[in-house]
Each structure stands twice: as structure tokens, then as C-alpha cells.
Design a protein around this ligand. Sequence first.
Ligand code: LLP
Length: 430
Amino acid sequence: MDHFLYRNGALHAEDVPLAEIAATVGTPVYVYSAATLVRHFRLFDEALEGLDHLVCYAMKSNSNQAVLTLLAGLGAGMDVVSGGEYQRAKAAGVPGDKIVFSGVGKTVDEMRMALTGGVRQFNVESEPEMRVLSDVAVELGLRAPITIRVNPDVDAMTHAKIATGKSENKFGIPIARAREVYAEAAALPGIEVVGIDVHIGSQLTDLAPFEAAYLKVAELTRALRADGHTIRRLDLGGGLGIPYAHSNQAPPLPKDYGALIKRTVGDLGCEIEIEPGRLVSGNAGVMVSKVVYVKSGEGRDFLILDGAMNDLVRPAMYDAHHDIVPVIEPALGLEPAPIDIVGPVCESGDTFAKQRLMPPLSPGDLVAFRSAGAYGAVMASEYNTRPLVPEVLVHGDQWSVIRPRPSVADIIARDHVPDWVRDGSTECDS
Ligand code: LLP
């Protein structure tokens, strides 16, 4: 459930009409519901009740500082994948001992930053990374707490670009080699092994792959303990999917996922961490866009919006489906008709939906892309010198711009034209 509902024929975010925000801030614009963020975070927290646990929000899904501060206030930990995300988490008031550091390519600078600033653990993805981390920790007179991310070779049955748990993926170390790698970890002077990490992919709409992966982790926990390692923490990753087509999808609920965790690893006496991103932020956001033109083509019509692939890249990148709904409810009796919904960017890939059934719309009408709170604004760019899409947070009848739209003048001013280009001296080079 989310808090984007029609009231008196107008789509609202909580108590605020989306049209009011669009009129003030302009379009395209992302709008988030604080109540939905809170509700979704709590669903996970409650699902793990009874276990010693920490929900570490995967902030890559939506890392606006206001969103992070709101979740930090609820006690959320954070899953970060870069030095930049680490600094955002700290700036939002998240203590180091609630920050887990994931990612396949952590640099020495990032390791140093997290070790000196405080970190719950590094989720180590390879032996070379582990050796470098040990050296960095020793140099600082510290020991780095780690889990090792194991790749369980499980098919997550999701889009190939967001599946991570198969042996052909770049993530983690093969589970079959785990005992060997843990033995090396135990011998490294700058490393303190605290547990095991696994993450098999994103937008999983079936619990079976989680079950297969977690059973393998449970078996590995027993084997590693028998080898003499202290395994006191399991990081079970993120990945629980959300309904993108609201009318016909019902992915598993956090409470069923929580029950699965209890059933598969609950008897091991470990602290449990999970790293949900999409399920916390996805349905807490919409992107509002305006119709610029309705164009009749050869055998099909096009709805041309002012939002584009640079603002919401998921359809172009993953063929992802987003429900697209009119902000003003269509009058009864208006027949929907198929239409291609596109943006203005000069690529055919700038297509949000093909032959989507939509009510008749005219230039100036607003539409909302649902389920756009995760991997929406964070993946936006300024391609075609389209200013980065702004973000708004709603709480009841209050709303605030939490990231303004930059001006084109700001964008131009960021670039530097060297004197030797301006004075034309490059013309002499041959
Ligand atoms: N933990 C790790 C180690 C991850 O790599 C990810 C996502 C998560 C947690 C959070 O997964 P979630 O709960 O959000 O499914 N841009 C793509 C999704 C990429 C996911 C990357 N990793 C999209 O728009 O669908």
C-alpha cells in the first residue's frame, strides 16, 4: 500500500494534490511520500521481530539527504557502496556502527574513510580486496570487521542486468571456495571475520531463490564454525520486489520474507542484517510529467512528455514497466486507446511504454509514473543538457522541495573553458 490516491478526481501524494506541486515546481518532478517510506521501513523491522537484527537501507535506491535523515530517525542502518554514499549516511546522522560497506571495487581511500569514521563491517567481495583492506587497517593500527560475500550460484529469476547470484556474475566469491578464503581471512593481521554476506539480485518476485540461497548460507555457517571461525552475523542482502503493474502483480510481503529468514537461518543465533532498497523507496515515489504534444504517426500515436530517459532511465535500460496514470482522473465513459509514451530525447530508446492503453490526453495534462521512488532520481542525468530532475517530499499536507532543479546557467557554469581553447591556440596544433 502507498499514499498516492485519487481524491475528488485528483491524484494526491498524501494530502497534497500532485497538480499543486507541478504548478509550483514545474515538471518533470519526483514526489515522495514520507508516510510510505516510514511504513515500508517498519514492515521490514517488524518482519524480523524476535531476531537480533538491523535493517540497513540500500541507499543506492534513493539517497536524497531528506530521505536518509527520515529513515535514520527511525533507527535504520545504511548499506553504502561508495565513499560518497558513506559521507551521505554520516551527514544524515547514521552512526558508523550502523553502516555496512558493500561493493566490488572499494578503493584504499574509501577503506581508510570508513575505518577512521567508523563502520559496522565491510562486505568483502574478493581476496585481492581483503588483502588490501588488511594492509590499510594495519597501517591505521586497526582491524577491519568483515563478512565475505559468497556467491551461492542461485538463479534469482529476475532481469539479467540486476541478477547477481549466479556464478557468471562479478559479485562475491564462489561459495564452494568459501572455506579456503575464510582460512586466509583468519590469518590476515588487519582482518576480523564477523560473518557471512549474500545478495542474489534485485526485484525478486518469488521467495524460492532467497530460500535456496539462505539454506546454503546456513550450511556454510555450520561448516565455518566447525573450522573454528566466529560467525556471529549474517547479512542477507536486499532484493525483495515490488508490484510495478499494480493491477496484476502481488510479490511476496516482507512478513513472509521475514518468516522465511526465521525458518532458514533463525536457529543459528546470529545477528541478522538485511539491505532492502526498492521495497522501502520504490512505491514511495512518483515522477510527474507533462504532455507536450500528441502526435499521430504511421499506424500509431505518440504521447510526447517533458520527462525523458535522462530523468527515469529504467524503461530504456531494463525494459522496465511503470504504470503511467493521469493526474486528473479521466471522465467516466472516455475510452482508453493504445499509444506510445515517449520523451523528447533524440534516441528511439527514449520510450517509456509502447502501445499503452491510456485515456485521451492533451498538451498540458499531467501524468504520474508510479513506483518511481527507487532507482529513479538517483539514476538521472543531465543528458541533452536537461537540468537534473528536482525532488519533493510530502508529509500529510506539508511539502518541501528536497532538491531544486538547477538552472541551465548553473550547468554551463560548472564547465571550465581553458584560456588556450578560448584564445584559439588549438588551431595551430596539427
Ligand atoms: N544490497 C546489495 C549488495 C545490492 O547490490 C543491492 C542492489 C541492494 C542491496 C538493494 O536491492 P533492492 O532491495 O533495492 O532490490 N538500478 C536497478 C537496480 C539495481 C540494484 C543493484 N543492487 C533497477 O532500477 O532496477
